[in-house]
Design a protein around this ligand. Structure first.
Ligand SMILES: [Ca+2]
Length: 192
């Protein structure tokens, strides 16, 4: 009888031990996995946001010059410079038919332009944002100085759809030749 009671007690203790320990272990494992999964999803979301902010999914770069051998200008009115020889136009944000760059995303962009005019006329070119002056560059005719080129550059915060173009100042001109000594370049540095 004592032996039977002992076996019954041991079985009960074993069952009780199994009931007390096994289920909580499974619950803890499940909770930990849930926490890890939530943290992983959160980190993945942050990585995607950071990729977007550094321009990981948006690439914009263009560089162009006027083609041929020719003077551009002088004109009586301010005139948009249309550079039709395109070196690179990743993102297709520069329109070689109009000379206008349109920002595809909000971000910080870098622009640089160089203008060349070796002859008797002065040169002067402005960079405009949505039709408003940002900055310009000019050069005196030969005899007044020893340079034939002028350039300027700027970094700008642009909204999506903002437009940038070069404008030849009235009565001034530039010269196009095979050395491509006039050029217009822009890059997206990063999105914001
Ligand atoms: Ca000069």
């Amino acid at each position: 009888m004592k032996l039977v009671l002992s076996v019954v007690v041991l079985v009960c203790v074993g069952v009780a031990h199994a009931e007390d320990s096994t289920p909580p272990k499974l619950d803890i494992t499940s909770e930990v996995l849930t926490i890890i999964e939530k943290k992983f999803n959160g980190l993945q979301h942050e990585v995607n946001e950071l990729k977007s902010k550094i321009g990981g999914t948006v690439k914009v770069a263009f560089s162009a010059s006027p083609s041929g051998f020719r003077y551009i200008g002088p004109y009586a009115e301010p005139t948009t410079l249309v550079y039709d020889h395109v070196f690179i136009n990743i993102g297709n944000a520069y329109d070689a038919n109009t000379g206008i760059f349109t920002a595809p995303v909000k971000g910080v962009y870098f622009f640089i332009f160089v203008v060349f005019n070796p002859h008797e006329k002065e040169t002067a070119v402005k960079l405009l944002k949505n039709g408003e002056l940002v900055l310009g560059a000019s050069d005196n005719p030969p005899g007044q100085d020893t340079e034939d080129t002028a350039c300027n550059s700027v970094s700008l915060l642009l909204e999506k759809g903002d437009q940038i173009h070069l404008q030849l100042v009235e009565t001034r001109r530039i010269y196009a030749d095979s050395l491509m000594r006039s050029s217009f370049t822009g890059h997206l540095l990063f999105t914001v």
